[in-house]
Design a protein around this ligand. Structure first.
Ligand SMILES: Nc1ncnc2c1ncn2[C@@H]1O[C@H](COP(=O)(O)OP(=O)(O)OP(=O)(O)O)[C@@H](O)[C@H]1O
Ligand SMILES: [Mg+2]
Length: 270
């Protein structure tokens, strides 16, 4: 079942030159894809290829210049008011840097209660308990609910970001380089957490990552972006094992070859 459908999403940024001349730059160019219920769709591509801009458009944090966005069959491209609030309850984002996306002056408890208040979820008296439950779900000690983000390590802070995303019980979680800044060992733990949470709750991920080894572990399908366009979209096995696009091949050639099966198939093609 299709959860989210992006159709020809385009984003142009207009910049002004030194003489006031306007120049339009197309950061995302007619990008179309579906996100299915319960799946993990990875988005990969070089820096500046438009991954975050696409993520921000499908999260409705950024208005597309053109194209449409559907969620559960409903056109939400211009959703405002109650329709937008409903969308926010269904689609959440986890960003790369937890410290800059968590308010440093708010306790974890307050950070986790805010979305509940906004969505009118748990009744007032039970929000505190709900915040503690969320902390437990992401492997944090609920006794630390009155601490501030700076009192946590990077990995723990990212768990807070994940807990905040899950507070409203979303159907889609967009992870924009959510594990990219973490140390390798911490990264593996957070990936395991993301997997477990999906297994428990059945939501979908759009998982943006530089690291193709991570993508192979977590995604069922992969979209490859280059220069604002999707140049290839297929199952993880197809994209990694039998890439159709020249750019995808270049991208794959850059990852360490640890998988003998993949390496064998690559050599067969060569
Ligand atoms: N607000 C903005 N105004 C002008 N240009 C922008 C804006 N946001 C992004 N861009 C440009 O759009 C292009 C795509 O940026 P985007 O952040 O989507 O790339 P990305 O694939 O996420 O890159 P990275 O892997 O480095 O995160 C880049 O050239 C970027 O400089
Ligand atoms: Mg980005």
């Amino acid at each position: 079942m299709t959860l989210l459908r992006a159709k020809d999403l385009t984003k142009r940024f207009v910049s002004r030159g030194p003489l006031g001349a306007k120049a339009a730059f197309t950061a995302v160019d007619r990008v179309s894809f579906d996100v299915r219920l319960g799946e993990t769709l990875a988005v990969v591509g070089e820096s500046g290829s438009g991954k975050s801009t696409t993520a921000r458009m499908i999260a409705k944090l950024l208005e597309p210049s053109e194209g449409t966005l559907e969620f559960e069959g409903e056109d939400v491209t211009r959703a405002k008011g109650a329709a937008l609030a409903r969308f926010r309850g269904n689609v959440q984002v986890v960003f790369q840097d937890p410290f800059s996306s968590l308010n440093p002056r708010h306790t974890v408890e307050r950070i986790l209660m805010a979305p509940l208040v906004y969505q009118g979820i748990a009744p007032h008296g039970s929000r505190r308990a709900h915040a503690k439950e969320l902390m437990e779900r992401v492997g944090l000690d609920p006794d630390h609910s009155l601490r501030y983000p700076a009192q946590f390590s990077g990995g723990q802070a990212q768990r807070i970001g994940i807990a905040r995303a899950l507070a409203v019980n979303p159907k889609l979680v967009i992870c924009d380089e959510a594990v990219s800044a973490l140390d390798v060992s911490v990264q593996a733990q957070v990936i395991e957490l993301l997997r477990r949470l999906q297994h428990e709750s059945g939501f979908s991920y759009v998982f943006i990552a530089h690291d193709l080894a991570v993508v192979r572990q977590i995604a069922q399908r992969v979209a490859v972006m280059s220069k604002g366009r999707i140049v290839e979209l297929g199952t993880t096995a197809q994209v990694f094992g039998d890439p159709r696009d020249e750019y995808t091949r270049t991208l794959l050639a850059a990852i360490p070859r640890i998988d003998p099966e993949w390496e064998r198939r690559r050599r067969e093609r060569a």
